[in-house]
Design a binder for this molecule. Sequence first.
Ligand code: FES
Length: 342
Amino acid sequence: MDHHGAAETHTPSGHFRVSPESKAPYPADVLAALHADAELVIARYPQRRSALLPLLHLVQSVDGYVSGRGIALCAELLDLETAEVSGVATFYTQYKRHPNGEFTVGICTNTLCAIMGGDQIWEAVSDHLGVGHDETTPDGKVTLERIECNAACDYAPVVMTNWEFFDNQTIASTTELVDDLRAGRRVRPTRGADTVSTFKQVSRVLAGFPDGLADQGVGAGGPSIEGLKVAAEHGWTAFGTDEGGDQDGEQAPDASTAGKATTGLTAGAHSSTNAPANKPDELPGERTASDAADDTGTREDAGTRNDTSTRGGKGAEPVDSGPARKNGPARKSGPSTKGDPQ
Ligand code: FES
């Protein structure tokens, strides 16, 4: 069947059309707000270019997708080439290069969900809406996606709407869900927040501006913690843990509170939080052989790091790091288009 919608709103490939504003300058007030928000995001990172992923979400929170002007703005703010920004934006599926619907509905058809009926839900809902994968309904409300695992297999078949869970779905329940979304009726996820924010609102959260909904509702539900209950009953602990706490001081989930929003890691105790970051931006010629050796773990006097004579301290003689080692292999000048740019 033809899933490509009305010709005036959709491209021949089924995508919502990109408006001429995609490359037009931002209005002055919008641009000022973007700059202010972007500086808050950039300030969280030791290197400006590490802020690219959240800044792309910030662009989506304003334009509803990664627009041409958004790419230009990111490149300007982070001192990158527009091709580098485009390379990242086209790699990750959460970044949309054409206008997205108000709600992204992702139907999982991966192994477990497929066994439990995901393929049938996909076929029925795609036919019902008249759109295929990554296509948007003519009213701009729903973008349909065929998902490879929503990381909620214990609730198969699972559908996500703007990354909120709708568990144990059927053809009828998912059809009702998309009808409610298109009609503007409130929908309630099975877990997590008690409502679904719009794509632009969620994009702003992903950019790093919380909406206060993160701790709403149940996090891990019953099926997710069945294994934890069995382990608690038998006194089992994971290798390397000590009575429920691991080597990083994290607190293991408590089976007695299983299913409540407090279950899981202690707030703020995750081992990646406040971990030492890499060094701030360096200027060409600042690196020394010692710095390079530190990065590669080949420094011979690694156990005596208090020696500052080769670390660029006042009065110190810089050691020639050699032409091939000025910036070290781990410090490329820009993000890879095939990997995490951070
Ligand atoms: S297979 Fe569907 S959520 Fe994992």
